[in-house]
Design a protein around this ligand. Structure first.
Ligand SMILES: Nc1nc2c(ncn2[C@@H]2O[C@H](COP(=O)(O)OP(=O)(O)O)[C@@H](O)[C@H]2O)c(=O)[nH]1
Ligand SMILES: [Mg+2]
Length: 242
């Protein structure tokens, strides 16, 4: 079984379109489930997800009391998926920036990797974003690649498919980042643990409905995360040499 973890905060219009598309992705080899992790969205996204769950056993909803951040939403979804026996866990935004049409190619690629990234920055991939967001994304990526030595071309992407073994191996409760920079911290830990990372090209569209939840506070925290992890990296390299 493969579980799609779908964190949501005010995605009412998008979720009604996203769930049927995910459930229609019939896999011959594996059943696809969806775990919505909703942070008590004021627009009622959680209630819409509950209505889907009541109709289809493949949909489950984890409700949290308030907006607790993207990173901890992923972790809540991972724990739910692992407890329910998922062999693979896919994460994606619920806004069609990450289009479900790429999921079959990501599943196919898991045959030769432990983490597959739906990547904007490999040949065949791309972005349609306002210039400011394009620059922000490119800068965040380059910082992580240079300062942390992450080899993937898209290390801030939230479109990922993990083998369950990877999620069991990484100490999720020790991850410091609770927001967007969780993604950078996680890929760094996965690479350091020696798991194989592969990328599948995707074209990333700007979101369909609603507004982005990224804030300048999250951007600042992302820079802090890269600085903190690169200090850890340098420290462990010098310990290793001595
Ligand atoms: N549960 C939960 N979901 C969140 C939170 N912040 C963002 N999301 C969801 O995570 C996904 C990514 O957020 P989005 O606003 O699209 O970020 P962007 O793509 O970087 O602009 C979307 O599905 C959001 O609804 C949060 O604090 N809690
Ligand atoms: Mg988005």
């Amino acid at each position: 079984m493969l579980t799609v973890v779908l964190p949501t905060y005010n995605e009412a219009d998008n979720i009604e379109l996203m769930l049927p598309q995910l459930l229609a992705l019939n896999q011959d080899t594996t059943e696809l489930h969806v775990c919505v992790v909703d942070d008590n969205s004021p627009d009622g996204t959680g209630k819409l997800a509950d209505a889907w769950a009541a109709r289809d056993h493949r949909v489950q909803v984890v409700h949290r009391a308030g907006k607790l951040g993207l990173g901890t939403a992923y972790i809540a979804g991972f724990r739910h998926a692992l407890a329910n026996g998922a062999a693979g866990v896919l994460t994606m935004d619920c806004d069609f920036s990450h289009h479900p049409r790429y999921i079959p190619a990501m599943i196919a690629k898991l045959g030769e990797a432990d983490l597959v990234i739906g990547s904007r920055y490999v040949k065949g991939g791309g972005v349609r974003f306002p210039l400011q967001r394009k620059l922000l994304s490119a800068t965040a990526n380059n910082m992580a690649r240079v300062a942390l030595g992450v080899r993937a071309h898209d290390c801030t992407a939230g479109f990922r498919l993990y083998r369950a073994e990877v999620l069991r191996d990484i100490p999720l409760d020790q991850i410091f980042s609770n927001g967007y920079s969780f993604l950078t911290e996680m890929i760094w830990l996965v690479q350091r643990a020696g798991w194989r990372i592969a990328e599948v090209p995707i074209f990333f569209e700007d979101r369909l409905h609603g507004r982005s939840k990224i804030s300048s506070r999250e951007i600042f925290k992302a820079m802090y995360t890269v600085a903190r992890l690169s200090a850890r990296r340098i420290l462990s390299m010098s310990l290793f040499q001595s």
